[in-house]
Design a protein around this ligand. Structure first.
Ligand SMILES: *Cc1c(COP(=O)(O)O)cnc(C)c1O
Length: 405
């Protein structure tokens, strides 16, 4: 059966508005549609395909594991889940890991864990969660309610109670919100979907200080910023602290669905047998790939290259801005870059994305006013340069068209 683009509207839930092309394959930092058009991919499947598309070693691992064991469930342990667990703990210094299948599911587990731990140790009154406006933590009812974007969480009936949203980077508001009834604070170190907003280190230190004072756990959501994306294996390493609970997903499986919750032995102990679980979590194929990802992306040499390429990308954006004057601010870290639009392009991130696709460059938005770039971590320097050129052409055309309106 031939794939038809109109079948999206005809058969699928209308919860996305995909671009017009139908993708069929990828290689490195390029993807191809069914008409054999080639596009430079600065989206990496939303910061997922860290090793690019059709990575030789990754496809080999998938094929090999497919011949051995594809799924067994958590009533057993399997070799691939065990070796990944050890490797992740040794690489990060965490003591225990729980495997899930997505970012939302990892965050759901982290939130339930924080509440359970507080309930066990202090009593049910200590259940309040503080999170931040504009944050994004996934689409399950708990994670979406903790996320700080009304538009995603309203209209689904009664919300999960006990969640307070505070402006991001506002230390005074945070100090006012936290109390002895706070069980956890959940945050991103760079708000991704919320517009690539970097955390203010002073604000983070206030959060750490006050969470400690009130015996609240800090959950850091590194679903997007983790696995080398910001130039260190996890972004928290850049801030000289260790979150009580850390969540990962997106890049961890290099394209296969896997999420993880990392924490201490003491906190993990609150999830005793039967308290939490998942059928697919720790899937051996995903774990076999993630094992390779942790070794490859976790190496100092690989991470140094990400930092170097991140500088090239940020400098490239600054240079574009010196010519076109269309960005208010350029933010992010490593290969996670956001450019906030200004002037006649204000709030036109979706439009810029379409102009870029016409130039055969795929980019992301982070809200309506920020264009987000998250190329594969293995992107070549000359591909970065080409992508920046295509982006500039797209921006120029958009500016001309908007001016002549
Ligand atoms: C993408 C993302 C999620 C949700 O991950 P899914 O795999 O889509 O459930 C959660 N938190 C952050 C910070 C994300 O970027």
């Amino acid at each position: 059966m031939k794939a038809l683009r109109e079948d999206f509207e005809k058969y699928m839930f209308p919860c996305y508005s995909p671009l017009d092309m139908v993708l069929v394959k990828g290689r490195g930092s390029r993807v191809f549609d069914d008409l054999d058009n080639s596009y430079l991919d600065f989206t990496a499947g939303i910061a997922v395909n860290c090793l690019g598309h059709n990575h030789k070693k990754v496809t080999k691992i998938i094929a090999k594991q497919a011949k051995r064991l594809v799924h067994a469930s958590n009533i057993f342990v399997n070799d691939k889940t065990l070796t990944l667990a050890r490797k992740l703990c040794l690489r990060t210094g965490y003591e225990r890991v729980f495997f899930a299948n997505s970012g939302a599911e990892a965050n759901e587990g982290a939130l339930k864990l924080a509440r359970r731990a507080a309930c066990d140790d202090f009593g049910p009154q200590k259940h309040e969660i503080i999170s931040f406006l504009q944050s994004f933590h996934g689409r399950t009812l708990f994670s979406v309610t903790v996320g700080g974007q009304e538009k995603y969480s309203s209209g689904f009936g009664p919300k999960i109670a006990g969640i307070t949203h505070v402006p991001y980077n506002d230390a005074e508001a945070f100090k006012e919100a936290i109390s002895d009834n706070t069980c956890a604070v959940m945050l991103e170190l760079i708000q991704g979907e919320g517009g690539i907003i970097n955390i203010d280190p002073n604000f983070l230190h206030t959060v750490i200080e006050y969470a400690k004072k009130h015996q609240a756990l800090i959950i850091v959501d590194e679903v997007q910023t983790g696995i080398g994306r910001t130039g260190t294996f996890f972004a928290y390493e850049q801030y000289d602290f260790r979150p009580d609970i850390l969540t990962s997903a997106k890049g961890l499986g290099a394209g296969l669905p896997i999420g993880a919750v990392l924490t201490s032995q003491k906190i993990a102990a609150h999830f005793s047998p039967g308290v939490h679980g998942t059928t697919f979590g720790g899937n051996p194929v995903a774990c076999a790939v993630a094992d390779y990802v942790v070794t490859k992306v976790g190496s100092d040499e690989f991470l140094a290259k990400v930092r170097e390429k991140g500088k090239i990308l940020a400098t490239g954006l600054e240079n574009i801005n010196s010519r076109l004057n269309c960005f208010k601010q350029i933010r992010g870290a490593g290969l996670l870059c956001g450019a906030e639009l200004t002037g006649i392009l204000e709030n036109k991130a979706g439009l810029i994305q379409k102009y870029c696709a016409k130039e055969h460059l795929f980019i992301l938005q982070a809200g309506s006013n920020v264009i987000r770039l998250a190329p594969p971590l293995v992107i070549k320097k000359k591909e970065l340069a080409l992508g920046l050129e295509l982006l500039e052409t797209a921006l120029k055309k958009a500016l001309e068209d908007e001016k002549s309106k």
